[in-house]
Design a protein around this ligand. Sequence first.
Ligand code: AMP
Length: 178
Amino acid sequence: MSTVPLTVGDLQAAIRNVPDFPKLGIQFKDITPMLADARLFAGSIDLLTAGLEPGSVDSVVGIDARGFIFAAAAAVKLRAGFVPVRKQGKLPYQTIEQTYDLEYGTSTVAIHVDALKPGARVLLMDDLLATGGTAGAAVELVRKVGGQILQVSFLIELSFLNGREKLKGCPVRSLVVY
Ligand code: AMP
């Protein structure tokens, strides 16, 4: 494997833009070419967790579904536990739910009531920050079950949608910014 340091530009070059998916007007950021490349996938995890030492995070919380990919890999690297935030109705045990606004309608995400230890230091991860509704709801869930957010990390940020506004008070890291 190459030892040339990886850059955010390398990651960006492997993210495919798919116009009008899943519906007209959406520019879907397809990360599967980046994930399929061993050097890029490992490098993305290194960049997303840079500055965080193993032992400094108790739980990495991943958001359904692409957030799981990054959160699980980061959890192994940081020797932390992995915790899923899932769409409503998917988690089997008792949950706490949080509803947030979409462009049309609402959506609801959930976490197990006992997912985090009191005061757990949490790294929250998703693939992409758009309007911030999903990540904002996940931050609320983490806090409601007793966790403290150390950082929220995204591979991609669509900065023109101002999603960071919904994450006030949380340190946010994103790698590829459009
Ligand atoms: P939002 O709640 O608006 O910040 O949307 C973030 C969630 O929707 C993330 O879990 C993304 O996976 C997904 N998402 C939103 N917009 C896009 C896009 N243009 N391309 C790929 N995924 C997207």
